[in-house]
Design a protein around this ligand. Structure first.
Ligand code: TYM
Length: 336
């Protein structure tokens, strides 16, 4: 770790195949920030257990997500890349932080309320406690900044509150982290219901672009994207579908939103949707091909995971020991 650089932490859950929303809202920034910060990126497998999982599928999605991170351009030589369950300090710090978190703080979380509705048959304690596990992830590493999409902002606010609460109750221990939320792309919306965010758990496959979709599927889904009947390509609160497509095109091509509006002035929706689909396919298809190549080399991926876990365990255990000492847990002296 370079001591001149600030520390950055973020993670993605291995729950289903990541979407274009995960990529544009988070992973793309993980790549662009990897030189500026000491970066720690995790695969949040413990988080993904908060909904019912098929064990075999969870195992394969964990490796697929690691390969995807690397295929997107994350360099395991530069960053610490690891699987959350390989570092037990995450679960241990969660227990300590649980003793300082109030049920009301967790039950009012938007994501908890949404997931309680969509998984009504399995509203478990983990689903409610999920933000505290996320706080532990972040606080274990003295994290300064956390790149996330807009939907995780509330969880980061809790992280800040808990860090301050702990520091006040004991003594300064945790760094209070700041979010990094992109100006455009922080909330990519569903292609079928642009008032809701694009999500990998959507029942309707046409609602999201999966990182494993091929060119035909990508273009087909964009052609079916819900818009409106104005046929005018401008961003506006009353045009959520078109606004979403403009944001996607802007982040994918690097053009400002105003430049996208200018470029497509007078163009029909049909043509615009194909242009967005083509730009997205051009971005995603090489990533998909590289991910496939990486998945054929399991020994390499296992090696990356093992090395990442060693680095993360070292850093996390240092912080956990400090926390245990501060809260008064007894540690016997070992004879030399
Ligand atoms: P997850 O796996 O749901 O999403 C991973 C990242 O993708 C962003 N994202 C989006 N951004 C824009 N538009 C969308 N439609 C969209 N959907 C998802 C999310 O905001 C997130 O940044 N709890 C986290 C994972 C996590 C984590 C952490 C993140 C665990 N520990 C510590 C940061 C720090 C989650 O479920 O993300």
């Amino acid at each position: 770790m370079d001591t001149d650089k600030k520390t950055l932490y973020s993670a993605v859950q291995p729950s289903g195949v990541p979407t274009l929303g995960n990529y544009l809202g988070a992973i793309k920034n993980f790549v662009s920030l990897q030189d500026e910060y000491n970066c720690i990126y995790s695969i949040a497998d413990l988080h993904s257990l908060t909904v019912k999982r098929e064990p075999k599928e969870l195992r394969s999605q964990t490796v697929e997500l690691l390969a995807l991170y690397i295929a997107c351009g994350i360099d395991p030589e530069k960053v610490c890349l690891f699987v959350q369950s390989h570092v037990s300090a995450h679960a241990e710090l969660t227990w300590i932080l649980n003793t300082m978190t109030y049920p009301g703080e967790l039950s009012r979380m938007t994501q908890f309320k949404d997931k309680s509705r969509s998984h009504a048959d399995n509203v478990n304690m983990g689903l409610m406690d999920y933000p505290v596990l996320m706080c532990s992830d972040i606080l274990l590493y003295g994290t300064d900044v956390v790149p996330i999409g807009a939907d995780q902002k509330q969880h980061l606010e809790l992280t800040r509150d808990l860090a301050i609460r702990f520091n006040n109750r004991y003594s300064p221990t945790f760094t209070v982290p700041e979010p990094i939320i992109p100006k455009t792309g922080a909330r990519i919306m569903s292609l079928q219901d642009p008032l809701h965010k694009m999500s990998k758990s959507d029942d309707n496959e046409n609602a999201y672009i999966s990182m494993s979709d091929d060119k035909d599927a990508i273009i087909r889904k964009f052609k079916r994207a819900v818009t409106d009947s104005d046929n005018v390509i401008v961003c506006s609160d009353d045009k959520p579908g078109v606004t979403n497509l403009i944001s996607i095109y802007s982040v994918v091509t690097g053009l400002e939103v105003s430049e996208v509006e200018k470029k497509f002035a007078g163009v029909g929706y049909g043509e615009f949707k194909v242009a967005v689909g083509e730009a997205v396919a051009e971005l995603l298809c090489p990533i998909r091909a590289r991910q496939k190549e990486l998945l054929a080399d399991k020994a390499y991926l296992d090696g990356v995971m093992i090395r990442g876990a060693e680095q993360a365990n070292y850093l996390a255990n240092k912080m956990l020991s400090k926390v245990y000492r501060k809260v008064g847990l007894y540690s016997p002296e070992r004879k030399k």
